[in-house]
Design a protein around this ligand. Structure first.
Ligand SMILES: NC(=O)c1ccc[n+]([C@@H]2O[C@H](COP(=O)([O-])OP(=O)(O)OC[C@H]3O[C@@H](n4cnc5c(N)ncnc54)[C@H](OP(=O)(O)O)[C@@H]3O)[C@@H](O)[C@H]2O)c1
Length: 310
């Protein structure tokens, strides 16, 4: 690994975080039906009690509600919380000041003066990477962000972002990417390894593959909403993987499939940020910490996941 910059080192010391996309999102996650603000606050509190203090949100989640809820929860706790949020590159946000202006909006919703990590949510088809990075530099210079990162940037774009920031003597802190036992694109194409080389923390989103890796869904009992169609084929193929995960979990004193899935991400060198809708899910996910899969177990899981992903 490259020498880590002192500003971004804290991110490499975080083993796992908490995803807050579910907080307020009605479109994908049906917030307000089966779970409510009290439930996600309980997930937040349970995570803090288990030592998880890094929370990932975005201005996009729940159209600002996720940030507002997080801000409220932070006010109601004495414990320190590390906040990561994201800029969404809407097509009309094409000028230099757009990134810093959007962050001001996020800070107001969160009720804080700065965030620990500010990320560009997706690359923009219109705005150049250089201009987006200029926006992030402005956020750092104005003291509104402690570190800056990107999300959904492929290898090439990530290097462009890294270089643009390096020209300003700033380290690209992170790249947030889809990564789980059922999605290993960024491991296979070398992005994960390149992150490690360059001291960029790879943050893994959907580490439970949106609940599929917990084993609670099957072809006969599909997940609700849009996930049913998306995972219909996968659900017909994953039984061997789920069985192996359960057996490995048993060898570690009864770890659940979710805990094995998250531990696998950690063993690969990425930082998982599982989303939790309630205290029970958060508590269970926290049980992915404090132990490690063996190298042999990781290799066994790799082999079965390869067969499924073929
Ligand atoms: N940068 C990006 O573009 C991007 C994209 C997506 C997500 N993210 C971030 O990554 C975070 C995680 O991704 P994600 O939330 O989409 O997927 P995920 O973490 O793989 O799955 C979360 C879902 O799995 C289920 N679940 C969670 N813990 C469980 C447990 N212990 N047992 C059983 N089921 C459990 C819950 O849904 P059910 O109970 O309904 O099954 C929960 O909503 C998000 O919150 C967000 O912060 C970023």
């Amino acid at each position: 690994m490259s020498d880590l910059s002192s500003e971004t080192r804290f991110l490499h010391a975080i083993e796992m975080g908490l995803g807050a996309m579910q907080w307020g999102d009605r479109v994908i996650w049906q917030y307000g039906n089966s779970y409510h603000a009290e439930d996600v606050q309980a997930a937040f509190q349970s995570s803090l009690a288990d030592g998880i203090r890094f929370v990932d949100t975005a201005e996009l989640y729940g159209n600002g509600l996720s940030e507002r809820l997080l801000g409220r929860f932070i006010k109601e706790t004495e414990q320190p919380v590390l906040i990561a949020t994201k800029f969404f590159p809407w097509p009309w946000r094409f000028n230099k000041g757009a990134v810093a202006r959007a962050l001001k909006g996020s800070l107001a919703r969160l009720g804080v003066e700065s965030v620990d990590l500010y990320q560009i949510h997706w690359p923009s088809p219109i705005v150049s990477i250089d201009l987006l990075m200029e926006g992030l530099v402005k956020c750092l210079k104005e003291g509104m962000a402690r570190t800056v990162g990107v999300s959904n940037f492929n290898h090439e774009r990530m290097l462009a972002a890294y270089s643009a920031l390096a020209r300003n003597n700033i380290q690209l802190a992170s790249n947030q990417l889809h990564f789980s036992l059922l999605d290993r694109v960024y491991e296979k194409n070398g992005t994960l390894a390149r992150c490690r080389e360059l001291g960029i923390r790879m943050i893994a989103y959907c580490p439970l593959e949106r609940g599929i890796l917990s084993g609670k869904y099957s072809a006969e009992n599909p997940p609700p909403g849009r996930r049913a169609k998306k995972y219909a084929e996968t659900l017909t193929k994953i039984q061997p993987l789920l069985k192996e995960m359960t057996e490995i979990g048993q060898d570690h004193g009864g770890k659940s499939n979710s805990q094995v899935a998250l531990n696998w991400v950690i063993c690969k060198g990425a930082l998982p940020i599982p989303g939790a809708k309630n205290a029970e899910q958060a508590r269970q996910n926290a049980g992915a910490l404090g132990w490690r899969l063996t190298e042999t177990e990781v290799a066994e899981l790799d082999e079965i996941s390869d067969q499924i992903l073929q």
